[in-house]
Design a protein around this ligand. Structure first.
Ligand SMILES: Cc1ncc(COP(=O)(O)O)c(C=O)c1O
Length: 430
């Protein structure tokens, strides 16, 4: 072994030793903290990322391509275009769909239906690209967009539907696809919370014209920041590769048609469209490839945990309403959301504070009712109905962590804390 290889081996060894000593995310009864998420990565991913730094091959290249191919195969999905966040994945999808080069491109002023319970950057790209979001209510049981509300919101201006599989719960895709089919609407799936979720045994993200995923630190797998947009066609993916980086043809798979179309411009610096810089780095691609094979075990841990929590908490329904999995769906449980019943004799802040006092982190459920957020009010949009179910989630909803490291003891700690709180309020059901 030459000196460089020996040094590299020592570095790997040191990383492993460090992580074995420091990375213990198991629940400890003596210091009972249940975080919203714990890292999904350790020595292997750090080593893979560090390799990019050590070799100085850091900008988007083969490692991102390798990850894109592995991700596409994993769904399976159509071609994937990796970007620097889930928000960028949404931006890229909408930028492609509104681009003059796109098939059946959306036009400024076209309406796109979105669920009221969504994330900010599910909706913002629509506005940023001149579309008009039409906000519709959710089904309070699944927390997902209500297909009846989609149907009711359709006008002659409606051209698309952007759905969110809330917390990893697949939407009612049968009904949604039927509506899109009957009204010739383009479907985009925001799966940023739903990696690993399936509908009728098929990965979410593979139903719409495009699907988007996030690999932010707290998600099912991570590249620290990162995301990917998957498309049904190579044509849409090629357009996204152009828009991802400067409007340049450099990263398209087949440059020939572009070079032939513009023979007067030097092919190395041919800019055929507008564009952003949404590229991922090689470090992110390398981490993603190490993380991806671990996804099934992480999702299984989340699923088993959620099933046990849901069955234990059932005794206190309808005071505590847990999320119902969509029939035909396999949930991937990004977290564990609960909505308090309307008659609860305490507020959501009361229960969040009580859980926080015993080390259990909580948070509101995504953006609540997005139509109530000041950011949306600044721009043209439309709301269908009173959005009361999304408002109920905003006013009475919270969630706690349901990550891969929550075990039996952590679960008991959460359940015990909830029971103690309900008993204190005099409303505990046996
Ligand atoms: C539904 C949804 N869409 C988009 C995003 C944005 O992803 P990112 O944080 O990677 O930008 C999130 C973030 O969690 C999300 O929950």
């Amino acid at each position: 072994m030459n000196n460089r290889d020996e040094l590299r081996r020592q570095i790997s060894e040191a990383i492993r030793t460090y992580c074995e000593a420091e990375h213990n995310f198991d629940f400890s009864a003596s210091d009972p903290i249940v975080r919203l998420h714990e890292p999904t990565f350790s020595a292997e991913e750090i080593d893979a990322a560090l390799d990019c730094l050590l070799t100085t091959r850091v900008t988007m290249g083969q490692k991102v391509k390798t990850f894109e191919a592995a991700f596409s195969a994993s769904g399976p999905f159509g071609p994937g275009v990796m970007v620097n966040s889930g928000s960028s994945a949404n931006l890229l999808a909408i930028a492609a769909l509104t681009n003059p080069e796109a098939r059946d491109a959306l036009r400024p002023g076209d309406e796109v239906i979105v669920p009221a319970l969504s994330w900010s950057t599910t909706v913002w790209p629509l506005i940023q690209l001149g579309l008009v979001p039409v906000v519709v209510d959710i089904d309070p049981a699944t927390l997902n967009i209500d297909p009846n509300e989609i149907e009711a919101a359709i006008t002659e201006k409606t051209r698309g539907v952007m759905i969110v599989h809330v917390y990893g719960n697949p939407c009612d895709l049968e009904a949604i696809l039927d509506i899109c089919d009957r009204h010739s609407l383009i479907l985009v799936e925001d799966c940023c919370e739903a990696l690993g979720a399936k509908y009728e045994d098929k990965a979410v993200g593979s139903f719409g014209r495009m699907g988007t995923f996030s690999f932010y630190f707290s998600h099912h797998i991570t590249t620290l920041e990162g995301g990917i947009t998957v498309a049904q066609t190579q044509e849409d993916a090629e357009l996204m590769r152009i828009l991802r980086a400067h409007g340049w043809i450099r990263e398209v798979e087949d440059q020939k048609p572009w070079i032939e179309r513009y023979p007067e411009i030097h092919p190395r610096f041919l800019f055929v469209n507008l564009g952003y810089n949404l590229r991922a780095t090689e470090l992110q691609g390398a981490m993603g490839s190490v993380q991806l094979p671990k996804l099934p075990s992480y999702v299984e841990a989340r699923r088993q945990n959620a099933e046990k929590l849901a069955s234990q908490l059932q005794a206190n329904a309808p005071l505590l309403q847990t999320q119902s999995t969509t029939p035909q769906g396999e949930h991937s449980w990004f977290g564990f959301p609960i909505t308090l019943g309307i008659d609860a004799p305490f507020s959501v802040d009361d229960i969040m504070t009580a859980l926080g006092d015993v080390g259990i982190e909580t948070r509101p459920i995504i953006c609540g009712n997005i139509a109530r957020q000041p950011g949306l009010k600044l721009y043209p949009h439309r709301a269908q109905g009173d959005l009361s179910h999304a408002s109920a989630v905003m006013e009475r909803g919270f969630s706690f962590g349901n990550h891969q490291d929550i075990d039996h003891a952590a679960r008991d700690h959460i359940l015990g804390a909830i029971e103690a709180f309900l008993a204190d309020k005099g409303v505990l059901s046996a």
